[in-house]
Design a protein around this ligand. Structure first.
Ligand code: ADP
Length: 350
């Protein structure tokens, strides 16, 4: 058998060639009857009763035939009214005088990623604008109030708050794009959850003290996961910080771990504002806030929980919330435990 396939060849050979390349391909005759197609084309539902399954595809084939050149177009395609549309990139070229070959690539997932990325960039630009314009206004105000020390002091304090906000926004954006890019593998190591939680608690202690909120930590040592210590600490810091920010003064925040079926279930419980049921799904989206003005006033970026969610997913875990308005919230971060096989003494290696 020859191991090369000529381009100007029979419909069957052309399709056999595309089959080897694992792409979706369809060969049409002059009347747009399907002469041959690859398995993938069937799986994608491109062919129906010996014809192309979509009018857009048929129109495109006609245009390509008329142009006499190789054409490429993006085409949205729904197999039927009940199935979701898929995004195709279709390339058509003449196989010979009467046959046209379509090579089809499913770009739905790539397009979804592009859209997500574009949304992300648009959201970021929007979110960055607020502190940047505040900083610019405040610095003008300081210039005008130069002879009034009290006002200068007040504006300078606000300036500091806005630049801090800008700083945390940038830091969180970098973290988020890092984990969204799946760039974890390099920093994966056994991580003791008690260390993560004690660091995350320390990072929030000042804020808790300033609202007289007691942080109660009940976490055993020796529960180890395979992961990125910095990212897990950041995720836990965000959960504890939210519990403090969205609680009244003189309350309590509890942090605990349970081991369930080789998973660590880390809970952060507050007696704070709570979250309305219909918004509990959405709070994990980037920049989503239940009460935007409150979140901004407390320096929130709207990114905290989406970092937690991505950190959970990247570690093979998940994040859930149980919350009632006026009563409080419990966030549960579940992470698969690293089970040590040669640890007969029960001691943790570090
Ligand atoms: P933010 O920076 O605004 O806190 P997050 O992504 O961390 O952003 O949280 C998204 C939204 O979820 C918050 O704006 C807040 O409305 C709500 N939220 C998060 N944690 C809690 C909590 N413990 N109690 C009440 N509401 C919360």
């Amino acid at each position: 058998m020859p191991n090369t396939v000529a381009i100007k060849t029979s419909p069957e050979d052309a399709v056999a060639f595309l089959e080897v390349l694992a792409v979706a391909g369809v060969v049409l005759d002059r009347l747009n009857n399907v002469m041959a197609n690859t398995e993938l084309a069937d799986e994608m539902g491109l062919v129906e009763y010996g014809r192309l399954a979509s009018e857009e595809l048929t129109d495109f084939a006609a245009r390509a035939r008329n142009s006499g050149e190789t054409l490429t177009e993006e085409i949205s395609f729904a197999r039927n009214l009940r199935t979701a549309k898929i995004e195709l990139s279709v390339r058509a070229t003449a196989l010979d005088d009467s046959h046209l070959i379509l090579v089809v690539e499913d770009r739905t997932e790539a397009k979804r990623l592009e859209d997500t990325r574009r949304d992300f960039i648009e959201n970021i630009s929007h979110e960055l604008k607020t502190p940047i314009s505040s900083i610019s206004l405040l610095s003008e105000a300081i210039q005008v109030a130069v002879d009034n020390p009290e006002q200068v002091k007040k504006f300078a304090k606000n300036l500091q708050r806005e630049s801090k906000r800008l700083g945390s926004l940038v830091k969180e954006i970098i973290q988020l794009s890092r984990i969204q890019g799946g760039d974890l593998a390099a920093s994966v190591e056994p991580v003791d959850l008690s260390t993560v939680i004690s660091e995350a608690t320390d990072l929030n202690q000042f804020q808790a003290d300033s609202k007289n909120i007691k942080l109660t930590v009940n976490v055993p040592e020796g529960l180890v996961v395979l992961g990125d210590a910095e990212l897990l600490t950041m995720a836990m810091k965000n959960l504890i910080e939210n519990a403090i920010v969205y609680s009244n003064e003189d309350t309590q925040v509890g942090i605990g771990i349970r081991e369930v079926d080789n998973f660590a279930e880390i809970t952060v419980t507050d007696n704070g504002l709570g979250i309305p049921l219909d918004q509990q799904e959405r709070i994990f989206e980037r920049f989503y806030r239940v009460d935007p003005s409150r979140s901004r006033a407390t320096g929130g970026t709207g990114l905290g929980l989406s970092i937690v969610k991505h950190a959970a997913i990247n570690h093979g875990g998940d994040i859930n919330v149980f919350s009632r308005v006026g009563l409080g919230s419990t966030f549960t971060l579940r992470l698969p435990l690293l089970i040590e096989t040669d640890n007969s003494s029960g001691e943790e290696q570090k």
